[in-house]
Structure formats: C-alpha cells, structure tokens
Design a protein around this ligand. Structure first.
Ligand code: TXA
Ligand code: MG
Length: 346
C-alpha cells in the first residue's frame, strides 16, 4: 500500500481536498495529518479495530493511551466529562496545544484509552486539522506520527518516509509551526498535575488554573517512582545516532577539538560561534520558540549526516524551555567521563 498524498494549505485548507480523507477516517482508515505541534497519525476514536491498527503501525506499547482530537467543545463534551469551571479555564488555551486527561465518555473505544477509565482530549488550533476532524465527523485518536521511540515528526518529508507504506493518506501542509507536542495535564486527581511538558507553558496554565504540580518525570529527569502518564516510562525521541548531553561550556571546547571532527554538535547560535566541527544550530537561546520548532527535525537530520555521534546541550528551562529540556534529556544520555574516554580512544 502506498499512501495517497494530499498537499494542502495549513491555514486556509481547501475543504474539498480533505473530504475523502475525512470519510476514510470515519470508515476506519488511517491518516497522517498536520497539527500545530507535530504530525499525528489518526484513526476514528470510536473504532476499536482502527485504533488497534495505530498501535501496530507505530509499534506502540499497548498500555500507552492515545490522545483524542476534537473540532469543537461540543465534541469534547461527547468524549469526556468536563467540569464547568475547567471548561471556562480551557477557553484560554483551546483550540491549541493543550491535552487534558478527564473521565472518558462511553463511546471512546478501549484501545484509544489503553483500557483506562480516563481519556486524553485535545482541541487543536491548526485549521487543517480542525477541518479534517469536521469532515470525519467523529473524534480522532492520534498519537504523534513517528515509529515508537523515534523523534516526533515536524516535516512532511519525514512523515512520508516513515509512513507512506503503512497508512491510507498522508496530508502534507509544510513544517509544523510549534514543533513540540501539546502539554498534558491531569484533571482527575486533587489539584492539577503536569504529566508532560509541552507547547503550552506551565506559567500560562498557572495564571488560569492556579498551582500545577510539576514532577521530575514531567521535566524528563529519570525517576524510580511509578510513572503517572504511561508515556513517560518509555524510551523516547531517540535518533539512531548516539546523542550525548554535555554542558554548554564543555561543548564549546569540544567544538573545535579535531578528535571530535566526526561528531555533530547540536547547539544554540551563541554556543555555535566557537564550534568549527560540524554543527546544527537550533537558534538563539533567547528565542526558545525557534529552538522548539527545529529540535525534532535536527534529531532526524543528525541521522542523515553519517556522524559517529552527536552532542547537545540544555537550554534555559522556562516557558517552552521546560518542554525543550524534557525532550533533550529523553533523546540523549549524559556524557560521563567514562564514555568520553571511550569516544576519544576509538
Ligand atoms: O501535540 C500532541 O499532543 C500530538 C499531536 C499529534 O496532537 N500528539 C501526541 O500524542 O503527542 P502521543 O501519543 O505521542 O502522546 C500522548 C501522551 C502520552 O504520553 C500518553 O501516555 C498520554 O499522552 N496520555 C494519553 N491518554 C492518557 C490518559 N488517559 N492518562 C494519562 N496519560 C495519557
Ligand atoms: Mg509521541
């Protein structure tokens, strides 16, 4: 099977171009589509077989639930139970890159929820995604469009590479504007908990909802405690090329060391100034939105460079930087003295 490719405007999509893909979704087919965060791989959230197919295609662990995407508040309320106070607060963030975990409505199939009594719900802002869901007329379960453990996809060329032979349609609308997935918050416990840092900054959420509990797991720091969100316990976002996390100062000195000429340095424009070895510049550390939008494509670019390994450093962890830090920690491993010694010897 080779997917039908639909090229479509992100902000002003042609409805007739999305009709067939919408119908296909409703009837149980699988469609890769753009959102404001990353590309998603979608199926009818009411259709158990279609949702099971997503797990097969992505090679996704069965116990990691999918996010259900809706195109209106009415649809959101058919999918989950929304407390009126929360609904009011949500109007500051929806449509947009925020996913809530709430008690699930009965119609959502078991596979989409991974058997949980709760469901992740998101009302995306991308006009193309909203129109596709409207055309489908059903809520769409869609995890990020990447094979499990691989970096998420923000570039339609990567979506085609990874999914063309596996799904029915790929809708291509250019690069994802935000580049990092939605923020996931849990509304089912006392107080609101951050389950995954994402494109909606916690600082903005706290202005509306009050204090939000940010766990180490949400920051991407490995912990022994039981994971709150199933997705936090798995290996994530990894390039195939070994990627090491180093301090920015250390990177500056390694960056012009000929012993690392076969490595790629993924860095800020500031750190990049002193680096003469190969590098991928993500952007200024004072423009974290630009860094966020480049991060996942940089991890995939690294894999196309034939390098022995890559180095990356942390960025300031405020605003969207919390999510950037989470993805960087998960995609890399710390460069210990021991590892450094083997890299230099080999
Ligand atoms: O921006 C996004 O959210 C993208 C686009 C496509 O919308 N989607 C996305 O989906 O990132 P995915 O599957 O890669 O991440 C979903 C996360 C996982 O960490 C999963 O464990 C969590 O949401 N999640 C979903 N339903 C949940 C539930 N009922 N309880 C706890 N966590 C849940
Ligand atoms: Mg994902």
């Amino acid at each position: 099977m080779k997917a039908h490719l639909i090229k479509c405007s992100y902000s002003d999509p042609d409805r007739s171009a999305l009709k067939e893909a919408g119908r296909a979704l409703r009837e149980g087919k699988i469609v890769v589509f753009p959102t404001e965060t990353v590309y998603g791989v979608g199926a009818n959230a009411l259709d158990q077989n279609a949702c099971e197919e997503i797990f097969r295609i992505k090679n996704r662990p069965q116990d990691n639930p999918l996010i259900v995407h809706v195109s209106s508040y009415e649809m959101a309320e058919s999918v989950c139970t929304l407390d009126p106070g929360i609904r009011k607060g949500l109007s500051h963030f929806w449509p947009g890159p925020l996913t809530i975990i709430a008690p699930s409505g009965a119609a959502i199939c078991k596979a989409a929820r991974a058997g949980l009594p709760t469901v992740g719900v998101r009302f995306p802002s991308a006009p193309v995604a909203r129109m596709l869901i409207e055309e489908a007329g059903v809520p769409i379960a869609a995890p990020s469009a990447n094979i499990s453990t691989r970096p998420s996809i923000t570039d339609p060329a990567h979506a085609l590479e990874e999914f063309s032979g596996k799904v029915d349609f790929v809708i291509a609308s250019g690069k994802s504007p935000l580049g990092i997935e939605s923020t996931v918050i849990d509304l089912t416990s006392k107080g609101i908990r951050l389950l995954r840092a994402g494109s909606t900054p916690v600082e903005d959420l706290e202005k509306v909802f009050g204090d939000i509990e940010v766990t180490e797991a949400a920051r991407g720091v490995a912990t022994e405690e039981r994971p709150l969100s199933p997705g936090t316990k798995y290996l994530h976002y990894s390039p195939m090329t070994p990627l090491y996390l180093v301090a920015e100062e250390q990177m500056k000195s390694m960056g012009h060391d000929p012993r690392f000429s076969e490595y790629v340095f993924i860095c800020s424009s500031q750190a990049g100034q002193g680096i003469t070895n190969r590098k991928i510049v993500l952007g200024s550390d004072s423009d974290l939105s630009a860094v966020a939008s480049r991060l996942f494509s940089a991890l995939r670019e690294l894999d196309s460079m034939g390098a022995r390994g890559g180095f990356i450093h942390m960025f300031p962890e405020h605003g969207i930087g919390l999510a950037i830090g989470n993805r960087i920690r998960k995609a890399s491993r710390p460069l210990t003295g021991e590892i450094l010694a083997t890299l230099v010897r080999s």
